[in-house]
Design a protein around this ligand. Structure first.
Ligand code: PEP
Ligand code: MN
Length: 339
C-alpha cells in the first residue's frame, strides 16, 4: 500500500501517519520525490487495509499496488521516469542516450583518446570500469581509485559524464566524488546491502540485470534502491544465460517492452556483454533502438587486440561511428533522436 501525500502536508501530519503505521506493527517508508512525496507501507498489507488512511490530514490518496514491487511499478507512476544524469543529459526522454567507452580504464592517454573519439561520434556518456568484477581472481582487476581519477580527468577534458561500476559500499564516497552514474553490475544485481547503500545516495544508478535473473527479480532489485529514497534508477538489460552458447549470453530483447509495461523506469541495452562478439554489436544495437530502448551501453576500444578486458566484443572507433549513423536512421523512423 502506498499513501500519496498532498504537496502541502506538514511534518506533523506526516509523523502522525507514520506513528499510526508503527502502531499497526508495520514499517513506513517515506520517499520524498521530485513529483510527489509518498509513504510506502512495508509489511502485511491486510493490517494496513483496516485503517482509513484517506481520512488522515495531509493525505491525497491511498493506492493498493498488486505487484510485489511497488515504487517501480506502472501502477504507482503512469508517466515514464526521466532520469537526469548531467545538465542537458536525461535518460527516458525522447532522446536515446548512447554511453560508450572501454570495458576498463587502462591508462589515462588511452581513456582520453577513446573518450574524444566516442564523443565526436555522438556518445553522451563515457563508460569505463575502474573496479572490475572478473570471474577469475587472476585477471586484471582494474586501476581502482587511480582509474576513478582518470575518468574524472576525462570528464573534465571532454565534458562527458561518467558511468562506472561500484562493487563495494566502502567505495561509495569515491563514486560520489568522481562518477555521475553508479553502475551496479550483473553479478551484484542481488547484492541487497549494496543496493540499499546506493539507494541512500541520490546519484543516478544504472542497474544491470543479473545473468540468471527474471524480470521480476530485476524489478525487485530496483525496488531496493527506490524504497531507500533514490528514485534515479535506470535499468540495463545485458543478456541472460540460456542453453545457447554461440554467444556469451542471450540478449532478452523482449525485456524492453515487458519492463516498459510493468514499470515506469527507463531501460538501456548493453549489446556488448550480451553477445561478447563485436560483429554482433551493430545488429543488436539497431534492434535495441527499434524495440524502444532509452539508451545503449557500448564498449569501444581503439586497439581491441591489446585490450586488458573484453577485447573481442569492443568496437573500433570507426565502426562505432558508422553504427551511430545507422542508429540515427532507425531512431528517426520511431520518432526519437540520437545526438
Ligand atoms: C560492465 O559493463 O563493465 C560489466 C562488467 O557488465 P556486466 O555486469 O553486465 O557483466
Ligand atoms: Mn566489459
Amino acid at each position: 500500500m502506498i499513501i500519496v501525500l498532498k504537496p502541502e502536508a506538514t511534518k506533523k501530519e506526516i509523523k502522525h501517519i507514520e506513528d499510526k503505521i508503527h502502531e499497526l506493527g508495520l514499517k513506513p517508508m517515506l520517499s520524498v520525490g521530485k513529483e510527489r512525496t509518498i509513504i510506502g507501507i512495508i509489511g502485511e498489507e491486510d493490517k494496513a487495509r483496516i485503517q482509513p488512511f484517506e481520512a488522515f490530514p495531509g493525505v491525497e490518496s491511498v493506492m493498493q499496488i498488486q505487484k510485489p514491487y511497488k515504487f517501480v511499478s506502472r501502477e504507482f507512476k503512469k508517466e515514464p521516469s526521466v532520469i537526469k544524469i548531467a545538465p542537458g543529459i536525461e535518460v527516458g526522454g525522447n532522446e536515446i542516450i548512447i554511453m560508450a567507452g572501454p570495458c576498463t580504464v587502462e591508462n589515462k592517454e588511452r581513456l582520453i583518446s577513446i573518450a574524444n573519439a566516442v564523443k565526436k561520434s555522438g556518445a553522451k556518456v563515457l563508460r569505463g570500469g575502474a573496479f572490475k568484477p572478473r570471474t577469475s581472481p587472476y585477471s586484471f582487476q582494474g586501476l581502482k581509485e587511480k582509474g576513478m581519477k582518470f575518468l574524472y580527468e576525462a570528464k573534465k577534458i571532454t565534458g562527458m559524464p561518467i558511468v562506472t561500476e561500484l562493487m563495494d559500499p566502502r567505495d561509495i564516497p569515491l563514486f560520489l566524488k568522481y562518477s555521475d552514474v553508479i553502475q551496479i553490475g550483473a553479478r551484484n544485481m542481488q547484492n541487497f546491502e549494496l543496493l540499499k547503500e546506493v539507494g541512500k545516495t541520490r546519484k543516478p544508478v544504472l542497474l544491470k540485470r543479473g545473468m540468471a535473473n527474471t524480470i521480476k527479480d530485476f524489478l525487485l532489485s530496483a525496488e531496493y534502491i527506490i524504497s531507500e529514497g533514490n528514485h534515479n534508477c535506470i535499468l540495463c538489460e545485458r543478456g541472460i544465460r540460456t542453453f545457447e552458447d554461440t554467444t556469451r549470453f542471450t540478449l532478452d530483447i523482449s525485456a524492453v517492452p515487458v519492463i516498459k509495461k510493468l514499470s515506469h523506469l527507463p531501460v538501456v541495452i548493453d549489446p556488448s556483454h550480451c553477445s561478447g562478439i563485436w560483429d554482433y554489436v551493430a545488429p543488436l544495437s539497431k534492434a535495441a533502438i527499434a524495440v524502444g530502448a532509452d539508451g545503449l551501453l557500448i564498449e569501444v576500444h581503439d586497439d581491441p587486440e591489446k585490450a586488458l578486458c573484453d577485447g573481442p566484443q569492443a568496437l573500433k572507433p570507426h565502426k562505432f561511428d558508422a553504427l551511430m549513423q545507422e542508429m540515427r536512421g532507425i531512431a528517426s523512423v520511431i520518432g526519437r533522436t540520437i545526438a
